[in-house]
Design a protein around this ligand. Sequence first.
Ligand code: GDD
Ligand code: MG
Length: 335
Amino acid sequence: MKSIILAGGIGSRLFPLSREYYPKQFIKFKALGKSLFQLTFERTLKLSNIKDIFIITNEKHKFLVLGQIEELGYNFNEENILIEPIGKNTLPAIYYGVKVIKEKDVIAVFPSDHLIKDEDEFIKTVKEGVKLADNYLITFGIKPNKPHTGYGYIKPGEKLDIGYKVEEFKEKPDLETAKEYVKKGYLWNSGMFLFKTDIFEEEVKKLCPEVYEAFKEDDINEVYRKVPDISIDYGIMEKSDRVAVIPINIKWSDLGSFDAIYEVFDKDDNGNIIHGENIVLNSKHNLVYTHGGKLVSLIGIDDLIIIDTRDALLICNKGESQKVKDVVKYLKQKG
Ligand code: GDD
Ligand code: MG
């Protein structure tokens, strides 16, 4: 099996920790000892030979990718790092990988910003998934524990050999709809996919002809100038009638926001996560990360996210960290 690792996102909801030049998938969390990208790479090696792993990223992050793999003790072929001239979201990124791989084969696609606790179960389920690959694009479904609006939702339909045919796929619904979906037994899309190259290509041609056409250009700069900015979820998964879902019972988290980080990592007796030399008195349920070389003291502060870096400080209510990306948007507009 071949694997594609998507490592070109900028992780704007983790600003100021995640930066254009150092996005979240490369940040080394103390509690993990490695970056999410490194963990993803090691996990992928359990499914694919190193020569069959393709990493889609951009020029700015190429050396982070190579450096972090080297740190793990592997020698990675630079030709397997595909450089996008600009990010156009996950559909062009995945299709770029598929075009370079060329041969008819089964490909697994993995984001590089996920934390997965039960790796053996994960590997077993992905391997089993190959059974469905002759007929379906395969998604892996996670049982939701809340109406998160940052995920795709999947309604399992007709039972298959393993898993189900997908009756409906809805990307990032609003809160009311998400609540309804959770009640009705929909699954979260884990963002990991498995498919045969020829079926994927047929679906891109049928459902996103602009993407299909753009990739006919010889020059990759021209391809990316033409190709629309679209995710695989909106572009293919919502529209295709050849999607299957395999429920996967693992502890999984997209560490996409500071609230997600707070949920996943261990907390002290007061429900605080404190990273850095800080003084915290009479304060509960905070996430404090300082890396800016100064001491931060909290007195009687509850439910805040405080992220202090060398040149930027973020203070945000817990539960509102999805909006951090608006700060980045604002900064970009300001130029
Ligand atoms: N190379 C490349 N180029 N990679 C990209 C690009 C790009 O333009 N844009 C995003 N990525 C990478 C990110 O780094 C991440 O690893 C992965 O693709 C997924 O992108 P996200 O931007 O994190 O997607 P999401 O989390 O909002 O939504 C997706 O994942 C959810 C689960 O985590 C969707 O598939 C949802 O349906 C799903 O529930
Ligand atoms: Mg994500």
